[in-house]
Design a protein around this ligand. Structure first.
Ligand SMILES: Cc1cc2nc3c(=O)[nH]c(=O)nc-3n(C[C@H](O)[C@H](O)[C@H](O)COP(=O)(O)O)c2cc1C
Length: 349
């Protein structure tokens, strides 16, 4: 039913500017939550971070920044949903246009700049959150914050009681200087403060770190060493890339911002594999970047991901995309000789 409605609405959505289409889709979902789909087949469930995920497919941060439709999005069939990025104070983000479709490449370039309604509004909604699947909260810093680490600490304090996990997002390319927080000393200080804040909170959810795909080997060494030393619970690899792989066509390809979707797949999967080797099994990884079908999903698992997240292919494909991905996953696993999602992850070199 929801797939059929989405199919009917698609020509209308395609004619709209992408940001308007996105806002309308979220509003419709929040107003008309879909029925929960049938349960996932055996072998799809994953245990990670002390949580049970009915399938490994998560909705990545940025789609529902303000947590207006988290339950409804989960009900489309996602195994988990991450809301945010949320900053302490509301923020308008960059001037429009700031979201560009590269339709031929199944890609998007965005320079949204953490547009969001701030902690308080999302917290009120999440307190009223009636369950559904696992839900994470992704936190960031206001553009004009004098002490950016303090904004992350505020995020941990605010959302520890309602989040199943918290993600420290130091990898958005659209807040100038934010990615500098991935450097060794800054990251160590940030994680130490975030962990202290969590220890003082009434609940202690797992703390994940989300990194950029544009880090070199030495930088990745530093990130993983700090993450391991600080006993972080997991790593999300990756956010969007500021690079532009060869072969992109159309004027939008040269807009500034982060590129996501199919052209991000190779880079983000390579960095995921490299990160997995360095992590040595100390904590789980979430693979994100360019997943467009079940074969790509399995490739992320084989590169070491315990779970995955999607954004751009879902933005293009709508609810039908997640339906297909769930339907096709068991077959894609079987073709590669894996009996379960966990077995595919365990096969990673
Ligand atoms: C329009 C847009 C907004 C995004 N906003 C956020 C955000 O607020 N926080 C974040 O951590 N990632 C954000 N992302 C990155 C996605 O969560 C994801 O890491 C990235 O798009 C790669 O996955 P994909 O290729 O499946 O889209 C955003 C991506 C897009 C396209």
């Amino acid at each position: 039913m929801i797939d059929a409605l989405a199919g009917l609405a698609r020509p209308l959505f395609d004619a709209l500017d992408p940001e308007t289409a996105h806002r309308l889709a979220l509003r419709a979902l929040a107003a008309m939550p879909p029925p929960r789909p049938r349960s996932d087949p055996p072998g799809m469930a994953v245990d990670a971070f002390g949580l049970r995920f009915s399938n490994p497919i998560g909705l990545a941060a940025g789609f529902d920044k303000d947590a207006v439709a988290a339950d409804a999005l989960g009900a489309l069939g996602f195994g988990f949903v991450e809301v945010g990025t949320l900053t302490p104070r509301p923020q308008a983000g960059n001037p429009r246009p700031r979201l560009f479709r590269l339709r031929a490449e199944r890609a998007v370039i965005n320079r949204m700049g953490f547009n969001n309604a701030g902690h308080a509004a999302a917290l009120a909604r999440l307190k009223a959150h009636r369950g559904g699947g696992p839900l994470g909260v992704n936190v960031g810093a206001n553009k004009d914050a004098p002490d950016r680490a303090a904004d992350y600490v505020a995020g941990v304090r605010a959302f520890a009681e309602v989040a199943d996990w918290l993600t420290i997002n130091v990898s958005s390319p659209n807040t100038p200087g934010l990615r500098d927080l991935q450097s060794r000393a800054a990251l160590d200080d940030l994680l130490a403060r975030a962990i202290d804040a969590r220890a003082a909170a009434p609940k202690s959810p797992p703390l994940l770190l989300k990194i950029a795909p544009d880090v070199g080997p030495a930088e990745l060494d530093d990130i993983v060493e700090v993450a391991r030393a600080r006993r972080i619970d997991g790593l999300i690899v990756s956010n969007t890339t500021v690079s532009r792989p060869p072969g992109l066509s159309g004027a939008a390809a040269f807009e500034s911002g982060g590129l996501s979707g199919a052209p991000l797949f190779d880079l983000s999967t390579r960095v995921l594999r490299e990160a997995h080797r360095r992590v040595g099994g100390q904590f789980p990884l979430i693979g994100c970047g360019g997943i467009g079908d079940a074969d790509a999903l399995v490739a992320k698992l084989e590169a070491g991901a315990a779970l995955v997240q999607v954004y751009t292919a879902f933005a293009y494909g709508g609810p039908g995309f997640i339906t297909r991905l769930r339907r096709d996953l068991p077959g894609a696993l079987a073709r590669r000789g894996h009996a379960s999602v966990a077995a595919a992850t365990a096969s990673a070199a």
